[in-house]
Design a binder for this molecule. Structure first.
Ligand SMILES: [Zn+2]
Ligand SMILES: [Zn+2]
Length: 377
């Protein structure tokens, strides 16, 4: 039997690519509209992804309203024909020059950041902290932040920002991989062994809930989730939390001390952005404990620094999903170690992006993760 010549591969004609595509773009603040723009061309180490589905993130809503944290060539993203959206998945439809790591037809999900590859941080593998953040000419890409994102029919991705999606994983579930990857990175930076160690997750938003699933999948014991909304806390229980604490009914620090017989936990993953969260987290960890901040309060907050110092407590901050944590999160989800689908509450079509944003922003019908099915299946 002879192998077919690669050019004869039936996949090569399976994905006809138009010259132009529909894309949502940001005008001024809160101004989203659909335009037609050229389908982008992948360069070396890049592929063209046909976007099949995308999840709305709270950060998208921030960007559409305030511009930051998106930044294009050092400026705000308004009126630049910028397409937001960073939590998407799709199908590889064209390979850039030299790309052999993926094939046309591969289902993939994305992470946000491709660093410039040339600055000291990128060289250390800390590409989410790239020193050339937002400078496209230096090769930095953060799709949906500094380069075009996924509220469009097609997007270009660096191959390092792609993870394979198995056939049995739905489009919607695959959009959640990057959120799980962010939670995974939060646990990573704390440098924990995790298995057999206690983790508190503050805040049952998407990252916090995925944090529960990831921590449990990595063997943490106990995993305690704190928050104010019962429905979300119950979701955390279904994702594997050993204990849930409604802080409207019980003091969070006292609850953690009670549940750990006064010992506290090794790690806190702070996903709420509540003004007093760091002070509370400090009283949940034991001496030498570690806290990772994955959310931030809108305003500066007072912190009991002396308590942190006296107790040798380490505090880390993360932006996004570094060190290929997305790939490890995808591996856990492929193994069905937790059911990310639980947090997917609503689905809309490409034309309904503004409605999808409104559901996510106003938490209509208790929306948690709102997914836009860009390509109708
Ligand atoms: Zn996001
Ligand atoms: Zn860099």
């Amino acid at each position: 039997m002879t192998r077919p010549h690669p050019d004869a591969h039936p996949r090569s004609n399976q994905y006809p690519i138009p010259d132009r595509m529909k894309a949502w773009v940001l005008g001024g603040p809160e101004e989203l509209s659909v335009i037609e723009k050229p389908v982008p061309q992948p360069g070396p180490a890049e592929v063209l992804v046909r976007v099949d589905a995308i999840a709305v993130c709270a950060t998208d809503i921030e960007i559409i309203r305030h511009g930051v944290p998106a930044m294009i060539d050092g400026g705000l993203p308004f009126n630049r024909g910028f397409t937001p959206g960073h939590e998407y998945m799709g199908t590889v439809v064209r390979l850039g020059p030299t790309v052999d790591e993926f094939q046309v037809g591969d289902r993939v999900t994305v992470e946000v950041h491709a660093g410039c590859g040339r600055c000291p941080r990128c060289r250390e593998g800390m590409y989410t902290s790239c020193l050339n953040y937002g400078y496209r000419a230096k090769g930095h890409r953060a799709n949906g932040f500094s380069t075009d994102g996924g509220f469009a029919e097609y997007a270009v991705n660096n191959i390092n920002t792609l993870a394979h999606v198995p056939d049995e994983m739905s489009d919607a579930e695959a959009t959640l991989v990057v959120t799980a990857g962010t939670a995974m990175y939060g646990l990573d930076v704390m440098g924990g062994v995790i298995a057999g160690e206690g983790v508190v997750i503050i805040g049952p938003g998407p990252i916090g809930l995925m944090g529960v699933g990831v921590a449990k999948a990595l063997g943490a014991q106990p995993v305690i989730l704190t928050g104010t909304r019962d429905r979300r806390l119950e979701m955390g229980e279904r994702l594997g939390a050993d204990h849930i604490v409604n802080v409207g009914r019980e003091d969070a620090v006292e609850a953690v001390q009670r549940l750990t017989q006064g010992k506290g936990v090794q790690y806190v993953l702070e996903c709420s952005g509540a003004p007093n969260a760091l002070n509370e987290a400090a009283r949940m960890v034991n001496r030498g404990g570690r806290i990772c901040l994955a959310a931030f309060p809108a305003d500066p907050v007072p912190v009991d620094l002396a308590y942190l110092v006296r107790n040798n407590i380490y505090v880390f901050g993360i932006r996004g999903e570094g060190k290929s944590a997305t790939h490890r999160a995808a591996a856990l989800m492929t193994q069905k170690r937790f059911d990310a689908k639980l947090i997917h509450t609503h689905t809309f079509s490409f034309a309904d992006v503004p409605t999808a944003m409104r559901y996510a922003r106003e938490r209509i019908e208790d929306a948690i993760k709102v997914v836009v099915q860009i390509r109708e299946t």
